[in-house]
Design a protein around this ligand. Structure first.
Ligand code: FMN
Length: 414
């Protein structure tokens, strides 16, 4: 019977344990978590989502405070067009987050950064270019382009000295999205080094509609593999979404995938950035507690726990401090929803907004409990302690369980 460790992921000249820990913003996939994956010979991801705030927490910088001070005058104003990001600060925060992580890297694996295109930051092109190039400047091993089609992102990095040597990958959820990407980038003569195919069971934002349950990851992968064969393209496929045991992973590795990207099982590890209390919420969840809704202003459905505090909260939009989801014209659908509720209930002190959430503020405060569909199985991966709580795992334990387990077994911690 095969184990994940019987396979290797070949990325160019590099040979890796075929396990990637997926990016989880905002700082849920911490540098510590990504570094463990790299130390163990796989690939870890940090995320550059809300990088100013991450830098402030990690390195005691004051990017968010400085931005809030600058735009304080606008807090009560519903027009957010003025709220721009200082590109110098963005570059500095990214270089700090990425650079310090890379300095600490040990082992034969790699650390990539997850870059969400939907963080349009009231200046989509210029901010994305700075994010991508600053990560390359700071020595990141690779960039995974996520949440958005990223049709122009390769071109934004084309002039960078590391454009052809860093590993560049994309996340898609359909053969159609892949075709669009490849067509759009054909003239750059630069293929992605890997393609993460993310199915409907993943955490975070989904590349599917509310009919997600009708899709099947292996079916999508088979379509993509057939398409690549037809086009005579040899690009490693990384399967993602709902891969819970080493045996699940082996099944994908035997059927067209060169690696797997996993995340949910690492949300309950010491190295994961979620607060301890939230990790216990993930353990406690049962299947009906896991929902997919449309409260994210990105326009993508998102999976989360039903008791997530972000649902129905009517906090004032926090764009003067954050503003990561402002589109190129200073709009965000949460601002509209919030203003609508304020106008409808002028005397109400506490506003309730059901259809959208202030995702920046809530992700910043770990109040949007996004999770994968398999979260309800996490309780089976650990022991219940005398006080009724669940034992937190180490990333090494979970990584090695994926790498070496057979027969759908899950190793419990010591
Ligand atoms: C808590 C959480 C947050 C996530 N955030 C992001 C993100 O910021 N960007 C992204 O591309 N994917 C994100 N994902 C998706 C993962 O990177 C990964 O592809 C997917 O969840 C793998 O499926 P699994 O969780 O069933 O193992 C997130 C997943 C989880 C569980």
């Amino acid at each position: 019977m095969k184990r994940v460790d019987d396979f290797r992921l070949q990325l160019g000249k590099d040979e890796l344990v075929p396990i990637m820990i997926g990016g989880m913003g905002v700082d849920i996939s911490t540098a510590a978590l990504a570094l463990e994956a790299a130390r163990l010979g796989g690939v870890g991801h940090i995320s550059d989502a809300m990088v100013h705030d991450v830098s402030d927490r990690r390195f005691d910088t004051s990017f968010v405070k400085d931005k809030t001070r600058l735009y304080k005058y606008n807090i009560a104003n519903s027009d957010k067009t003025d709220i721009k990001f200082d590109l110098g600060h963005l570059a500095e925060a990214t270089r700090l987050h990425v650079g310090k992580t890379m300095e600490a890297k040990r082992g034969s694996g790699m650390v990539f950064v997850n870059c969400m295109e939907k963080l349009t930051m009231n200046g989509p092109r210029e901010t994305l270019k700075v994010r991508l190039e600053s990560s390359l400047d700071a020595g990141i091993d690779g960039i995974t382009l996520s949440a958005g089609l990223h049709l122009g992102s390769f071109a934004l990095m084309e002039g960078h000295a590391r454009f052809r040597d860093a590993k560049l990958g994309i996340i898609v959820s359909s053969v159609r999205a892949l075709q669009l990407f490849l067509r759009k980038n054909a003239k750059l003569n630069r293929l992605p080094d890997y393609i993460v195919v993310e199915g409907p069971l993943a955490g975070g934002h989904l590349g599917f509609g509310l009919d997600w349950a009708q899709y099947d990851l292996q079916t999508i992968i088979t379509e993509i593999v057939q398409y690549l064969q037809k086009e005579e393209l040899n690009i490693p496929i990384i399967a993602a979404g709902g891969i819970f045991t080493g045996s699940d992973a082996v099944s994908f590795l035997e059927n067209g995938s060169a690696g797997v990207q996993v995340a949910t099982r690492f949300t309950v590890t010491e190295e994961c950035g979620l607060p301890a209390k939230v990790k216990q919420e993930y353990f406690k969840a049962s299947e009906p507690d896991i929902i997919v809704n449309t409260i994210s202003p990105t326009g993508y459905p998102m999976r989360m726990l039903a008791n997530t505090p972000a649902i129905g909260d009517g906090i004032r939009p926090g764009c003067e401090s954050y503003g990561y989801l402002l589109d190129g014209n200073g709009n965000c659908s949460y601002i509209d929803a919030y203003n609508r509720e304020v106008a409808a209930h002028p005397d109400q002190k506490k506003i309730v907004v059901m259809d959208k959430t202030c995702l920046c503020t809530h992700m910043r405060n770990f109040n949007c409990w996004t999770c994968g569909q398999t979260t309800y199985r996490l309780k089976d991966t650990t022991r219940k302690l005398a006080d009724g709580s669940y034992q937190i795992l180490t990333a090494e334990h979970v990584f090695r369980d994926y790498q070496f387990s057979v027969d759908n077994q899950i190793a419990l911690p010591e």
